[in-house]
Design a protein around this ligand. Structure first.
Ligand SMILES: [Zn+2]
Length: 239
């Protein structure tokens, strides 16, 4: 596999295992070497690089949001990944990690075309946009009325954001629908959403395949009555 390595990066590419072909005057990844650490130097084919996160079970979640600029209400969308989703860090020191928590994908810089189509089918104003706050471009909610970008920080990390999820009541404000396929994206992850399974629609049947994801986890039940304690109490009452 050939690489486009700028002169300033050549020492790093070499250290990672790339080799120089003096005849063709090109850096390349020799057979048997993991190509993922070289993703940033691959020419052209950006779309076939592995995605940073992948979830076999994922949901498109909608919730009501109010535009910060024109104050119109609209349905914001988010991608929710279920426990077991995979984080793949192709950088040095990274690796493949399976996460045990629910997570929202935030600051999505690359989104699989299938997931993008599905999201835009639900909310056509969802698209890539440039945020002046973060000075970066990512897949963001936009107001359908005035097209203002609605920042991910507000949506996920502020208590009045649409996808703030701290209490069971927050989950009740949202609606989830299963994605028809895997979710793949380059994105950050907003973790710590233990109540995400409470969102209506989570663990519902996947529409295309009809395969259920499995039974919902049972809500925390009160501690089961201790039979011996009950027996002791009945003795006490009897005397
Ligand atoms: Zn607006």
């Amino acid at each position: 596999m050939d690489l486009k390595v700028p002169f300033s990066d050549k020492d790093e590419a070499k250290r990672l295992g790339a080799r120089w072909n003096p005849q063709r005057r090109v850096w390349y990844v020799p057979p048997g070497v993991d190509p993922r650490p070289f993703a940033r130097w691959r020419s052209g084919q950006a779309t076939d690089q592995p995605y940073r996160i992948m979830s076999r079970e994922a949901y498109l979640v909608t919730a009501a949001e109010q535009c910060w600029r024109c104050k119109q209400g609209f349905q914001a969308i988010a991608f929710l990944m279920s426990p077991g989703f995979i984080l793949d860090e192709p950088t040095e020191g990274g690796g493949r990690e399976r996460l045990a928590d629910w997570g929202f994908a935030e600051y999505i810089t690359r989104l699989s075309p299938e997931a993008a189509r599905f999201a835009q089918g639900v909310q056509p104003a969802y698209r890539q946009g440039y945020s002046r706050t973060t000075e970066s471009r990512y897949w963001a909610n936009h107001c359908p009325s005035c097209s203002a970008l609605q920042g991910d920080f507000h949506l996920y990390s502020e208590p009045d954001g649409a996808f703030w999820l701290a209490e069971p009541e927050d989950a009740a404000r949202m609606q989830a629908r299963p994605l028809p396929g895997d979710f793949r994206a380059d994105a950050d992850i907003a973790l710590g959403h233990g109540d995400a399974w409470r969102i209506p629609g989570v663990r519902a049947t996947r529409p295309s395949s009809g395969r259920p994801f499995g039974p919902p986890p049972s809500p925390r039940s009160p501690p089961s009555p201790n039979p011996i304690l009950g027996w002791l109490r009945s003795l006490g009452r009897g005397s």
